[in-house]
Ligand binder design. Structure first.
Ligand code: ASP
Length: 441
């Protein structure tokens, strides 16, 4: 009998093939433009197709979800709980980041000449990130609230970065649907129900491309990382190995210690099964470095495989993809202290506490797109009086660390979704064999 290869395995094969292909291209001297012009576009098409469905999916599933809630008080209870747990896990992540970096002290091992070289080499890229952060820096503390309310719904829906505005509008429609006579709202609910089903099917279509998309993404990331001088790139990555290992060690603690503890505290759900349920989303988070692009797949995994009801996941996950970034906040804490150590600046306890506060806020403000966490790091650095130009020290390995922290961001969002569903009295009925949902029938 012919056995089918499960999709997650195909994605892993795509990932490994991308790695092998990227390295072969570098070492056999295949010009980078070949990869950039002929392989990368397939990765971009894959990511774009995921992004394409994010807004309609959130809109349709959230409207249907809220309308199915039955009463508004459940929504506000769920909202409070979600935001509370999101902030709690982010503070824990930042604190873990601070602890590992203070214990490992990777910045103290950076040689003076490496430091000078990195500062000179990445000066331009660092100042571009500083410029990008200026807009946020000049905003008042209430700006995020102002930003949540769209002036034009269609404009908000046309921009994936305005996901919170889409969430706001969808919740509003859902609440209004709960408040009008049932028979009046019914056609709209059934329209969005239909739209939701169709979008879920489109996700299945897009996921058929995932192994190829992931292959193209990984090949091009490797070729771009190597740049014009692969030996030099390797040397720089090696010099920053201690820093990278510290970030990864902190991220691993989140995934393998903190989340299992939190999940088992609130529910008796087996963490291994949780992991199995969301592995497709984790693989995509790793390959795309974007929680927003991964969102449609995270929603599908959590609903279909872990049995979380749509009214919970459609609210908790889009919010998480925009504001809950445990991996990012942990990375920001490690990076800030690493830069201080490398520049020979001693941080007082008050500055370390300031890092917890600002990294938590900065991660909330980071968009779910590649590299966003690094731009917001400027704000953390300035809050503790570390020269933001120090960013140049950590630019080289950022893409690799971004891939890892995005996995943590997506895992954290999914864990909180399970937790909210559980505490809302849902009896979770996982269906881990739903793997083959990604089949055209
Ligand atoms: N790439 C991350 C995400 O999408 C954000 C970041 O840390 O840069 O979740």
């Amino acid at each position: 009998m012919k056995r089918k290869i499960p999709l997650h395995l195909k994605i892993v094969i795509g990932l490994i093939a991308g790695l092998v292909c990227g390295l072969t291209f570098i070492f056999s001297g295949v010009p980078a433009h070949i990869t950039i012009h002929y392989i990368k576009p397939f990765g971009t098409i894959f990511v774009n197709s995921l992004k394409m469905i994010a807004v309609p999916l959130v809109l349709a599933s959230l409207i249907v979800g809220v309308a199915n809630l039955g009463d508004i008080s459940k929504l506000s209870r769920m909202g409070g709980k979600t935001i509370g747990v999101y902030i709690l896990t982010t503070v824990i992540a930042t604190t873990i980041g601070l602890t590992v970096v203070n214990l490992a002290q990777p910045g103290k091992f950076i040689k003076e000449e490496t430091r000078m070289e990195l500062l000179a080499l990445y000066e331009d890229s660092a100042s571009k990130k500083m410029e990008a952060a200026t807009v946020v820096k000049n905003e008042g503390p209430l700006q995020p609230l102002v930003d949540m309310v769209p002036t034009n719904v269609f404009q908000a829906a046309a921009d994936n970065r305005s996901m919170l505005q889409v969430v706001f509008f969808a919740v509003l429609i859902g609440i209004a649907l709960l408040s009008v006579p049932k028979e009046k709202g019914a056609p709209l609910v059934s329209f969005f129900n239909g739209l939701n089903e169709v979008i879920l099917k489109i996700i299945d279509f897009v996921m058929l491309l995932a192994p190829f998309g992931v292959f193209a993404l990984i090949t091009s990331i490797i070729v771009e990382l190597a740049g014009k001088n692969p030996a030099k790139a390797l040397e720089i990555l090696g010099a920053l190995g201690g820093y990278g290992a510290t970030v990864i060690c902190g991220l691993a603690l989140m995934v393998f210690a903190v989340y299992p503890l939190v999940l088992s505290f609130f529910s008796r759900f087996n963490y291994f099964r949780f992991f199995r349920g969301i592995r497709q989303a984790q693989l995509l988070a790793f390959s795309t470095s974007s929680s927003s692009a991964t969102l449609p797949v995270t929603m599908e995994c959590v609903e279909k495989k872990l049995g979380v009801p749509e009214e919970v996941s459609s609210f908790v996950l889009p919010l998480g993809a925009t504001i809950n970034m445990d991996g990012t906040s942990l990375y920001q804490a490690v990076a800030a202290v690493f830069i201080a150590q490398a520049l020979g600046i001693e941080l007082a306890i008050s500055q370390q506490i300031m890092i917890v506060v600002t990294a938590t806020l900065a991660s909330i403000g980071s968009a779910g797109v590649p590299g966003a966490g690094m731009v917001m790091l400027v704000i953390v650095l300035e809050a503790i009086n570390i020269p933001a130009a120090g960013l140049a020290l950590i630019i080289a390995p950022d893409r690799i660390l971004d891939m890892c922290r995005t996995v943590v961001n997506v895992t954290g969002d999914s864990m909180v979704t399970m937790l909210v569903a559980k505490t809302e009295g849902t009896k979770l009925q996982p269906n881990l064999d739903e793997e083959d949902a990604v089949e055209l029938d």
